[in-house]
Design a protein around this ligand. Structure first.
Ligand code: CO
Length: 292
């Protein structure tokens, strides 16, 4: 497999950065400070950010990040998902955990992930996608919760976080099997709500959607930076505050269809949500969990 060492190293840094974040994520810390600390740790360890550190609270399942003026502080009864992505030359490690007092909800997604990984290790030469989904669903339901059905794990390629395949969190009947060398993430979400997420507010997370020229000089300068710096991977508006007129530039690029602006994903029944995630590399019929 090409770049094997880079995939392994990216996973290792992601794991360490997540552990560091988990230790800091105590009531009283500002979400903005937590995000900056984790981002700093990734760089210190020699990695680059594959996407902004997602810090999603309570009924927000994913795609939530603190902006530069964010005053929110982690509260005693919050449930916080920390989702970290690291890359080395485009090879990505993607891993997440949940902190808070709702231990049963947190266990449900962790246990589902562990069981799914056991299945993958036993069947690394031929992994059936709906089997992963079935295992996750059964485990989460055994805790009395629901998996979130419209969130899923994903195959990963170089500089491509979601490279096409969906790794389901319920038995969706997809009997597609994975054979050969392959990288993917499994990420069960458990909730006491409806088990569906819908679009929430705009997040400040963007991704280059379609490379096209733009006429506005300010937007053009920002676009050049985005292409060079992020290589098609998601990024935070907070990383671009050195540019004058950044709001105008991002709005222009979004309107022109050049950038995709992610929305937060909110549990439809306003349930609490937990998440657990690891990246797995299949090589020569063996499964390696790069982020554990
Ligand atoms: Co992921």
């Amino acid at each position: 497999m090409e770049d094997f060492e880079n995939w392994i190293e990216a996973g290792k840094i992601a794991k360490e950065a997540l552990e560091y974040g988990k230790r800091l994520a105590k009531p009283g810390i500002k979400l903005l400070e937590l995000a900056k600390e984790i981002e700093g740790k990734i760089k210190e360890l020699g990695g680059r950010l594959a996407f902004p550190v997602n810090l999603s609270l309570n009924n927000i399942a994913a795609h939530s990040i603190p902006m530069s003026d964010d005053e929110r502080v982690l509260e005693e009864d919050d449930i916080l998902k920390i989702d970290v992505g690291v890359h080395i030359n485009g090879c990505i490690g993607d891993t997440a955990c949940t902190v808070g007092n709702n231990k049963k909800l947190i266990m449900a997604s962790e246990d589902a992930l562990t069981s799914a990984i056991e299945y993958v290790k036993r069947n690394a030469d031929k992994i059936v996608l709906c089997e992963i989904g079935r295992i996750i669903q059964e485990k989460i339901q055994s805790y009395g919760f629901s998996p979130i059905r419209n969130l899923s794990g994903h195959s990963i390629d170089k500089y491509n976080l979601h490279s096409g395949l969906t790794i389901p969190n319920y038995d969706n009947g997809d009997t597609t099997s994975i054979e050969g060398d392959f990288v993917f993430a499994i990420e069960p979400f458990a909730t006491d709500g409806k088990g569906i997420v819908k679009d929430g507010k705009y997040s400040g997370i963007y991704r280059l959607e379609e490379k096209r020229p733009t006429r506005n000089p300010i937007a053009r300068k920002v676009l050049e930076h985005i292409e060079k710096e992020f290589n098609g991977l998601p990024f935070s508006k907070r990383w671009l505050l050195q540019f004058r007129g950044i709001n105008f530039a991002l709005n222009t690029l979004e309107k022109e269809g050049i950038l995709h602006h992610y929305r937060e994903l909110k549990e439809e029944g306003d349930g609490s949500v937990s998440q657990a995630e690891h990246t797995i590399l299949i090589k020569d019929g063996k499964a390696i969990v790069t982020t554990s």
